[in-house]
Design a protein around this ligand. Sequence first.
Ligand SMILES: [Zn+2]
Ligand SMILES: [Zn+2]
Length: 349
Amino acid sequence: MKAIVVRQTGGPEALRLETVPDPVPGPREALIEVGACGVCSLDVVTRNGTYRRNVELPLIPGHEIAGRIVQVGSEVRRFRVGDRVATTQRSHICGSCRHCRSGGETLCEERRFLGQQRMVGGYAQYAAVEDDNLALVPDGVSTEQAAIAGCAIGTGLNAVRDTGRVRLGERVLVTGAAGGVGIHALQIARASGAFVIAQTTSQQKAQALAHYADAVVVHARGEDFSPQVRALTAGAGADVIIDNVGTPLFEPMRRSLAVNGRWILVGQVTDGFVPFNPAQLFLRNQSMLSVHSTTRVQLEDTLQLIARGVVTPVIAGVERLEDVAAVQARVERGDVCGRILVRPPAPGA
Ligand SMILES: [Zn+2]
Ligand SMILES: [Zn+2]
């Protein structure tokens, strides 16, 4: 099959189109003919070497996959050849450890993350994924929409509903709001009945964000935006912050968080550290919580939210797999509102 392979980390030129052996599905695996794969900032930081944890080279990037099943292993029960499916971010979980048995499969110690190990990823014509990590795509949801359901949208469902426990009438600040996770987290927070504030440094993106948020905070890079958040919340600050940026915005986010606030850590765009005094948090009874990708149940729920029109996937473009280096360069520059996908060449091409 044709696939993009990263043999050494580096610039976008590290993404090379190669012909590699077709994957052979194991007993619990379904072989998916990839219809579309989202291009996530995690793909970028894995390719450029910033993200190294559990990464094994060479690799085929891509963990936001949807397509059609063309072959199933002997122990696959929930799916058949011809089914349209979407993936979580993983190709394997054990299914029996303490985490897997308590809704915490994203923390399974045996987990294998798609696009980071064993040459299994979505930047390819085919990918073999165990059935535990798949969900059927409902009618009315396109393959492109389904591809980004797991990571770009499901992570937001995890952050807003299951980790942040956002309630009707709360005030939610989403940082990095124009990114793939941010723009959908806005929609999910709004559907939960929150007053939703989007943060961006781009005037251009602010216009697009106004469709999805009750208010948009625009500021220059390095500027403290917390006075704007305070002004929008009658001085109180945000009850919940969905943080897709991390270190570069740490201090203004801390100043924007209300008493009793929950700070939900989702993304980190640099490898920099931050100094802070823990008393700054506990004297205000604030919590820091973490979101770690998406469970299969969250993926299934997300697909239903899309089918019902509660969340509208924001797709910034669908490009050829061969052009993914240019797409990643755009993602790296922060030049994308929503998610861009790539589509592999049709089989036999
Ligand atoms: Zn992703
Ligand atoms: Zn497990």
